[in-house]
Design a protein around this ligand. Structure first.
Ligand code: G3P
Ligand code: MG
Length: 247
């Protein structure tokens, strides 16, 4: 058994390149990571975009909400300049681009569905479009779809019953057992804040994999592995040894 859990590059190698861009996924691959995580939401024309926030301000040259925009507006934005000049002109990818990248590089991927605040119709379209995207031929063979929005996760499961699911929670003290079991989730994805060995043991005993976010400290990752954690999300995959990254 390894000293480390599986290392999942959080939003790509997001300490080295702008989060949720192909540049960040490429960096993750370059430093040896075999898995990356990315966030997905929907824009007004039904396109699925890779972005964490529900507004454009922090990570792009755009402003405000994107729920009324089309992808032609999104593709004009610079999603790298906020991070550094090196990444000027980096674009917001579509979800299919991220899936295709993972497929092409034979990396595992965790697609996190953001709790879309664009209204009921867009939430329905998000699930429909995602089901189409993951049914494509260029998707990674190792794929986990997760969400804090358990209603969206259940709707996605109904549309795509064969995809492995991660039940995301902020804190391990939240109730997870009933919902995750009913949905047949593969994994619980708890935040590291306040997580205890006992919590991890209970999740493992209930038959779930446990992927913990966000862990940027190598020693903490090692300790989590000793608790039985399956994987960790990190902004700093470059800090981990090659044998840990290979898991
Ligand atoms: O999916 C793990 C982690 O990414 C959840 O939190 O806010 O970084 O998307 P957040
Ligand atoms: Mg995320």
């Amino acid at each position: 058994m390894s000293d480390f859990p599986r290392i999942i590059a959080h939003r790509g190698a997001s300490s080295l390149a702008p989060e949720n861009t192909i540049a960040a996924f490429s960096k993750a691959m370059e430093v040896g990571a075999r898995w990356f995580e990315f966030d997905v939401d929907i824009v007004g024309d039904g396109s699925l975009i890779v972005i964490h926030d529900d507004t454009l301000d922090r990570t792009t040259t755009g402003t405000g909400s994107y729920y009324r925009l089309g992808f032609s507006d999104i593709r004009r934005l610079d999603a790298g300049r906020w991070f550094s000049d090196t990444y000027r002109f980096e674009r917001i990818p579509e979800a299919a681009d991220a899936l295709e990248f993972a497929h092409a590089q034979q990396m595992g991927a965790n697609l996190e569905i953001k709790p879309c605040a664009g209204g009921e119709r867009l939430r329905e379209r998000l699930v429909e479009s995602l089901a189409v995207a993951v049914a494509g031929s260029k998707v990674p063979s190792r794929l986990i779809v997760s969400s804090f929005d358990h209603e969206l996760l259940a709707a996605f499961h109904a549309a795509s019953p064969n995809v492995a699911l991660g039940w995301l929670i902020e804190r391990a003290c939240e109730e997870w057992r009933e919902g995750a079991t009913a949905l047949g989730a593969r994994a619980i994805h708890p935040g590291v804040e306040g997580l205890s060995r006992r919590d991890v043991q209970a999740m493992r005993d209930a038959g779930f994999e446990v992927n913990v976010w966000t862990v940027n400290d190598v020693e903490q990752a090692r300790e989590l592995a000793s608790w039985g954690v399956t994987g960790i999300f990190t902004d700093r995959p470059q800090d981990f040894p090659a044998d840990a990254l290979a898991l």
